[in-house]
Design a protein around this ligand. Structure first.
Ligand SMILES: [Mg+2]
Ligand SMILES: [Zn+2]
Length: 189
């Protein structure tokens, strides 16, 4: 049976934004991330990271380094009993005019096909317009987190266009998804 998924941005959403992170030692989970991912996974959501990594296309770091960064991320999450097995990367620059760079939904559709995801019951969470722009690909819509660059973009027309929920952090996003929110005033439709 198709599974609902949470499509998660990486930088500024799960880990501290480092501006072209290229050192595994610089991987640092944002507050509330492990427990929020655990709650979502326990509720039956598949966790899938979708990330634009143009630092590869720009020659700032290699795919080997990217692998090391992801191993470190998975290690840190594993220590908190969170298992993420699925991630999809666009390594291109905007100039490459590729098909897979967010906000294009190519990687979401690829994930849905490979992992048997029910897109109608799925969400996207991220901190940039390119993340929120994926909202039309999923039935439940987008959540902009104020971590990373999110606080800079919440009033951006490219974000407002998709009418995302706005959450201070991943915990508040999880509350919205799970219906466990106790403070609706903190979530702006
Ligand atoms: Mg981001
Ligand atoms: Zn691409």
């Amino acid at each position: 049976m198709p599974t609902p998924a949470i499509f998660l941005d990486r930088d500024g959403t799960l880990i501290v934004e480092r501006n072209y992170l290229s050192d595994p030692d610089q991987v640092e989970l944002l507050p509330t991330v492990p427990e929020s991912l655990l709650r979502l996974a326990n509720d039956g959501y598949l966790l899938v990271i979708i990330t634009n990594q143009s630092g590869i296309g720009r020659g700032y770091f290699s795919t080997n380094v990217l692998d090391e960064i992801h191993q470190r991320l998975f290690q840190l999450l594993d220590l908190e009993h969170v298992k993420i097995q699925h991630f999809y990367v666009c390594p291109h620059t905007p100039d490459d005019k590729c098909v897979c760079r967010k906000p294009l939904p190519y990687l979401i559709f690829q994930a849905a096909k490979e992992l048997d995801i029910d897109l109608s019951q799925s969400w996207i969470i991220g901190d940039k317009p390119a993340d929120v722009g994926l909202a039309p690909a999923v039935g439940k819509g987008a959540i902009l987190v104020r971590t990373g660059y999110g606080h800079q973009f919440e009033n951006d027309p490219a974000v407002q266009l998709f009418r995302p929920f706005i959450a201070d952090n991943l915990a508040m996003a999880a509350d919205k998804i799970l219906g466990t929110t106790t403070d609706d005033a903190a979530l702006i439709r």
